[in-house]
Every structure is written in structure tokens, then in C-alpha cells.
Write a protein that binds this ligand. Structure first.
Ligand code: NAD
Length: 468
């Protein structure tokens, strides 16, 4: 806090458990409600005291300096991410690099971002300004702790706000490292505060603090609804990146072999703890059997193991509770008659591991088909008719991501328009691009991360008219 380290007011500490070994390895200070007030007030002082009015070129240079620091410490960030959530080290390195790239992108944006001049009917000069808001609360989940923290912090700072960042209780280490490195890079004290602590302890105080002008949240739909409700009391701005149950649609005219080989990682990456996981696969009947065979074979080749090993593709689930929750879905699926083509069991030894499961014979009312499981479980169903399939695809409260595989351009465009989701990939599973907006339709969210859309979301739009 204020550019330095401080214990929580109550002196409480939380032990973090390495999910690959089930052993506690470090204790982290936990913030209390009074710490929230101190952090927000300090951020507000930093905003009024200089950050808001800093010359854009200087702010640009500072954000570039943060990006350089993150690149210098990429390995350290990756190892911390591996330790607290069991992220495979190769992925953790990529995500540490992504965080640095996000700072580079928004550093560049500072001096290219502005308003418009408008030809109003009565003459004079009319123009718009994009003004900073003040203090932004960034609340982030445990599945991509470092990159998502950067998605919130970099555009909010670039737009001239100060940020209080609250990581998830399971994954505070890389957020704290971000705060430390940002200040070492020269960020003025107070501009970025990091408050580790439980959502149930400090969440409400942060969301309802009168000086917080915007809450930028990524997490579950359930908590997102609570935040929107609390924020509505004084009409705080909110952006919400929430859950998903995304489709993966494969037509018979596609390079379906390529789709089958690449699709397991579109749902099992990060051990399925991914809001974009394509967990409902729709395959045109003519190629269904061949597709399933290849999908299952590709799943069997995935390397599940120690996150510290370079070749590991799937690590453990984040916690014993998360594994138990996924196993609850698997039990339900067994009870309702799903066929397990592969996987679903625990791996021998320590760590919260589960073998990735491919389910067939799943019905539209089954819990594993309708709900976000947030674990390594996929269901594959055949379809005959495009229109009926699309009705099923959209029959969900979610609308985050998805893929369509076809070699027919008209069909690709028609289906892309019809799927109700904020992000869609054609003949690809790539959902996240720093330069492009990311977010959901329906109960998958509100507002956008990344791209210039995110930066706009951290500003108020003002119109000024100057008479002749
Ligand atoms: P979560 O909703 O339990 O927690 C997210 C964050 O909110 C944590 O920091 C938590 O401490 C905090 N929180 C909890 N209760 C709060 C309260 N009352 N007030 C304020 N903050 C509170 O989510 P999680 O389990 O950490 O993450 C998994 C969920 O996140 C999944 O549903 C997943 O789909 C979603 N997610 C969405 C995206 C996206 O971009 N759409 C990305 C990653 C994860």
C-alpha cells in the first residue's frame, strides 16, 4: 500500500496450498475492511495529486517501464503462478509475457486515445473529452490471476485512473508481485494498490466504497450479480466478465480432423478452469463417429502431470474443493446415463488431479450440459439440422465464446452471426487478442476487457460546446 508493504489491520494471514503437492508453502497477509478504506483513500489522493493530470507522454513512459520490469521478471512471475494455482509452467510463462504485452499495448494507447470534434448544427466548436473516473476497483479470479490483473490495471491506469486490485484468496502472489514491480518501475505511490483478502470479508466494502467510481470484475456469474446489485446503490460503473458454457460447432465440410486434434485443448487447457472452455461440442452427424474417435485419441495424448515439468499440459485443479465440485458433476453424469468415452478418474498420488473426461450420450437437460463445470469435462453431441443446432447452442444463459469449423464461407458468416456470444473463432480456438475486445453476451457479462473498448470503459465521456 502507498508503494510499500503493510500487514492487514487485523494481522490475519492466509496459508496458500500448492495444488500439486497439497502442502501449504507460504502465508499471506489478509486485508480487513479498514484496509479497504485506507487503500481507496490513498488511491484517490494519488489520482487527485498528479496521476489524473500527468502529461500523457510521461504516463506512457511509466507504463512502458512497468512492461519492461514484467519482462525482466517473467520467470519469477511464472513460477509464482505455478505454485499458487498449479498452472503448467509453459503456460505460466506465456501468460506472464501476455501481461507485459498488455502494458505495452496500453502504454502506446495513452498518446493515441482521445475524443472527437463534432459539426453541430448551430456552429461554434463542439468536442468530446474522455476523462478519467478516479478510483477503479479491479476484482480478479484465480484461474488466470496475472494476465487478468493486467487486463484491468493497464487500461485503467492508461486512461488516468488509480486502481485498487483485489486478487482471489487462492492466488494473491502474482498480483502482489505486479504491485511491487510497478512501483519499482516508477509508478507513484498510491496509483496501484493491491489488497489480498477474501471476497466475503472485504468485497462488499470495496464495491460500496463511495470513492470507488468503477468496479471491473472478472469471476463467477453469481458474484457478478451481487456486485452489480451493490454497485447500483450509487450507480457505480461496472464491467463484468463472467462464466461461460461455450459451443464448439463442427460441420462435415470442415477440416474436421484438424478440429478434432485441436479441440481437446480448447476445453481442457488450464485443466478446464477457463471461462472460454468449449465444453459443448456439436458435430454434424456424418462425421460424428470419426470426430469422436480422433478427439478421444488426442485427449489420451495430453500430458497430465507436475506443473513444474516443461512438457506438462494439464496440471491439478486449483483446490480440493474445486475437484470435489467437478466430481459432483461427473457423478451426476453417470447417474443420468452419460457414456464416458475416456477419463473422469483421479490420478494416483498427491495433488488435486483429474483425468480429462469426454462424455457422450448427454441430454439437453443434464446438469453437465447446462452448467459451467470449470473442470476438465466435455460433452459431444451429434446434429443433423443447422437451425435446430443453433437453437440448442443459444439455449443457455451464457454467451461468452465459441468456435465454428467449416470450409463454407457463407455458412461461417451466417453461423458466426447467429451464435449469441461476445467472442467467436472460425476454424480456430483462439479467443483472446490484446488488441480486440473480449467479453460476453447475456449472463456472461457486461462491458469489455482488452482493445480500445476496455480503455473507453475506464473513462467518462464529456461533451463541450464553445459558442462563436
Ligand atoms: P469468484 O466469483 O468466486 O471470485 C472472483 C473474485 O471475486 C475473487 O477475487 C473473489 O475473492 C471475489 N469475490 C467473491 N465474493 C465477492 C463479493 N461478495 N464482493 C466482491 N468480490 C468478491 O470466481 P472464481 O472462482 O475466482 O473464478 C471462476 C469464475 O470466473 C468462473 O465462473 C469463470 O467463468 C469466471 N471467469 C470469467 C472470465 C471472463 O473473462 N469472462 C475469465 C476468467 C474467469
Amino acid at each position: 500500500m502507498d508503494g510499500g508493504w503493510r500487514d492487514g489491520a487485523g494481522g490475519r494471514r492466509t496459508a496458500l496450498v500448492n495444488p500439486a503437492t497439497e502442502e501449504a508453502f507460504v502465508e499471506v497477509a489478509a486485508a480487513e475492511v479498514s484496509d479497504v478504506d485506507a487503500a481507496v483513500e490513498s488511491a484517490h489522493r494519488a489520482w487527485e495529486g498528479g496521476w489524473r493530470d500527468m502529461a500523457p507522454g510521461k504516463r506512457e513512459a511509466l507504463l512502458h517501464a512497468v512492461a519492461r520490469k514484467l519482462r525482466e521478471h517473467q520467470e519469477e512471475i511464472a513460477q509464482l503462478e505455478r505454485l499458487h494455482i498449479g498452472k503448467p509452467i509453459a503456460d505460466a510463462r506465456d501468460e506472464a509475457g501476455l501481461g507485459a504485452r498488455v502494458f505495452e499495448y496500453y502504454a502506446g494507447a495513452v498518446t493515441k486515445f482521445g475524443g472527437q470534434t463534432l459539426p453541430v448544427a448551430r456552429g461554434g466548436l463542439d468536442f468530446t473529452l474522455r476523462q478519467s473516473m478516479g478510483v477503479v476497483a479491479g476484482i480478479v479470479p484465480w484461474n488466470f490471476p496475472f494476465p487478468i490483473a493486467c487486463w484491468k490495471v493497464a487500461p485503467a491506469l492508461a486512461a488516468g485512473n488509480c486502481v485498487v486490485l483485489k486478487p482471489a484468496s487462492l492466488s494473491p502472489l502474482t498480483a502482489l508481485k505486479l504491485g511491487q514491480l510497478a512501483h519499482e518501475a516508477g509508478l507513484p505511490p498510491g496509483v496501484l494498490q493491491v489488497l489480498p483478502g477474501g471476497g466475503s470479508t472485504i468485497g462488499d466494502a470495496l464495491v460500496t466504497h463511495p470513492r470507488v467510481r468503477k468496479v471491473s470484475f472478472t469471476g463467477s456469474t453469481e458474484v457478478g450479480k451481487r456486485i452489480m446489485e451493490l454497485a447500483s446503490r450509487d450507480l457505480k460503473r461496472v464491467s463484468l466478465e463472467l462464466g461461460g458454457k461455450s459451443p464448439n460447432i463442427v460441420f462435415a465440410d470442415a477440416d474436421w480432423g484438424k478440429a478434432a486434434d485441436s479441440s481437446p485443448m480448447s476445453v481442457f487447457a488450464n485443466t478446464g478452469q477457463d471461462c472460454c472452455a468449449r465444453s459443448r461440442v456439436f458435430v454434424e452427424r456424418g462425421v460424428f463417429e470419426g470426430f469422436v474417435e480422433r478427439f478421444v485419441a488426442a485427449t489420451g495424448k495430453l500430458v497430465v502431470g507436475d506443473p513444474a515439468d516443461e512438457g506438462t499440459q494439464l496440471g491439478p485443479l486449483v483446490s480440493a474443493g474445486q475437484r470435489a465440485s467437478v466430481e459432483g458433476y461427473l457423478e451426476d453424469a453417470r447417474r443420468t446415463g452419460a457414456r464416458f468415452a475416456v477419463g473422469g478418474g483421479r490420478r494416483a498420488g498427491r495433488g488435486y488431479y483429474l483425468e480429462p473426461a469426454v462424455l457422450l450420450n448427454v441430454g439437453p437437460g443434464d446438469r453437465c450440459w447446462r452448467e459451467e463445470i470449470f473442470g476438465p469435462v466435455v460433452a459431444i453431441v451429434p446434429f443433423d439440422d443447422e437451425a435446430a443446432m443453433l437453437r440448442e447452442v443459444n439455449d443457455t444463459p451464457y454467451g461468452l465464446s465459441g468456435s465454428v469449423w467449416t470450409s463454407n464461407l457463407s455458412r461461417a458468416l451466417r453461423v458466426s452471426r447467429a451464435v449469441q456470444s461476445g467472442v467467436l473463432s472460425v476454424n480456430s480456438h483462439s479467443s483472446v487478442h490484446v488488441e480486440a475486445p473480449f467479453g460476453g453476451f447475456k449472463q456472461s457479462g457486461l462491458g469489455r476487457d482488452l482493445g480500445m473498448a476496455a480503455m473507453e470503459g475506464y473513462t467518462e465521456l464529456k461533451n463541450i460546446y464553445v459558442g462563436e
